[in-house]
Design a protein around this ligand. Structure first.
Ligand code: BTN
Length: 264
């Protein structure tokens, strides 16, 4: 399903029947291509140890959802990794819009959500992992879990409001032709966006993020390990930090990894 230009930027696209975690598997492999190289993509039909942010489980039942990871090198040092989950999130939501799921939005820093009368429901999430040197090349593994059709009995394992693409189709979005078509659309958008990010950084993505921001103008609580702040979301800073007008009138930026955000 991939166009030739995207294939040329992709070293391999593999599908595993069952694996612990597509992120873990790519992290176990050496990055053969080096910084700025092509991408390696791994999909799985099922994960036995799917991982979410903050060490949470990512329930990954057989042939139900999309479990996809991409490994790639980036030039420019560790600070480049910060914007990656935003860039991959933007590319994912733009791919979903291209397939007709126009209600998909981003909830900073790594959630794909749909907002409705009953609030915000999580459609998927991103987990970016990797490392390298401060100045040298870095290696990132970007993982995406996207709900396609939640099997009976699994909903009880999810501790927050959720939705899936089949449910959105029942609510008026067009039907999804196949998980393969979904995977191809996501890979295509990721490969293009990651090339652009590697070449020029986060700046061109900020207005694209703004158009997809589910939190813009919302009153939120930002929760850190020791503290909690309350305020209105102003948008993103140049480095991808979440900017808030706090209830005391001051402005403050928050970085992903330090905090989580709850709409109030
Ligand atoms: C989150 O919202 O907490 C992020 C979830 C990321 C899940 C995906 S599924 C594919 C890849 N492999 C994993 O173990 N996790 C990511």
């Amino acid at each position: 399903h991939l166009p030739p230009a995207v294939r040329a930027r992709t070293a391999a696209v593999e599908v595993a029947w069952t694996i612990d975690s597509t992120n873990s598997e790519l992290l176990r492999r050496p990055l053969a291509e080096g910084a700025g190289g092509t991408a390696t993509v791994l999909l799985a039909e099922r994960q036995t140890g799917g991982r979410g942010r903050r060490g949470r489980e990512w329930a990954s039942p057989l042939a139900a959802h999309l479990y996809l990871s991409l490994s790639r090198g980036f030039a420019g040092g560790l600070s480049r990794l910060g914007g990656l989950s935003l860039v991959a999130g933007i590319a994912t939501v733009e791919a979903l819009h291209g397939l007709g799921f126009v209600g998909a939005r981003l909830k900073w820093p790594n959630d794909i959500v749909v907002s409705g009368g009953d609030g915000m429901r999580k459609l998927g999430g991103l987990l970016v992992e990797g490392g390298g040197e401060h100045a040298g090349p870095v290696r990132a593994v970007i993982g995406l879990g996207l709900n396609v059709r939640m099997p009976d009995g699994f909903a009880s394992r999810i501790d927050q409001p959720w939705c899936d693409l089949c449910g959105l189709s029942l609510d008026g979005s067009p039907p999804l032709s196949s998980r393969n078509a979904l995977a191809a659309a996501v890979i295509e958008h990721w490969v293009e966006a990651l090339d652009e990010f590697d070449a020029v950084g986060l700046a061109p993505f900020l207005p694209r993020y703004q158009a997809l921001d589910a939190l813009a103008g919302c009153q939120v609580d930002v929760v850190g390990p020791q503290e909690r702040w309350s305020g209105v979301v102003l948008g993103l800073a140049e480095d991808g930090a979440l900017r808030l007008r706090l209830d005391d009138g001051s402005e403050r930026g928050f970085h992903a990894g330090e905090v989580s955000v709850r709409r109030t």
